[in-house]
Design a protein around this ligand. Structure first.
Ligand SMILES: [Zn+2]
Length: 133
């Protein structure tokens, strides 16, 4: 599994940039990162736990009719106050509104990256634009 070699928070462009030891570079719009928060609270409680996080659902890429695992708690902040590494396997962002229970494993971040890159290739720019409030 690739590991990050560099993690940069680009506050002016609201992007998290991660370079990996296999040469890949990923950029995550902070809003998408927050929407994809894998914690119990954001995923709608324990009813949804035990299911493998479905990145397509998290990103709203699934077609209508699919049960979307959208956050039940409306997110308040897309600003990262602090980034904390968790062991050597994950990253824990603390958002400006104090939310910091989401632990983003390297595997999860890579899955997220792949989907964002795919969306970019398909010229689905909506993933890179801020969601409407
Ligand atoms: Zn969360």
């Amino acid at each position: 599994m690739p590991k990050p070699t560099g993690i940069t928070l680009d506050r002016s462009n609201k992007l998290l940039l991660i370079t990996w030891d296999d040469g890949q570079t990923c950029r995550y719009p902070l809003q998408r990162l927050r929407e994809a928060c894998p914690c119990v609270e954001c995923r709608g409680g324990h009813a949804n736990m035990g299911r493998t996080p479905d990145v397509e659902n998290l990103l709203g890429l699934s077609g209508p009719g699919d049960s979307l695992l959208i956050p039940l708690t409306r997110t308040k902040s897309y600003e990262i106050a602090r980034l904390t590494p968790v062991g050597n396997y994950a990253l824990m962002p603390e958002w400006a509104d104090g939310h910091k229970t989401g632990i983003y494993t390297w595997t999860y971040l890579r899955d997220l990256c792949t989907d964002l890159e795919d969306a970019l290739k398909k010229r689905d720019d909506s993933l890179y634009k801020p969601l409407s409030e």
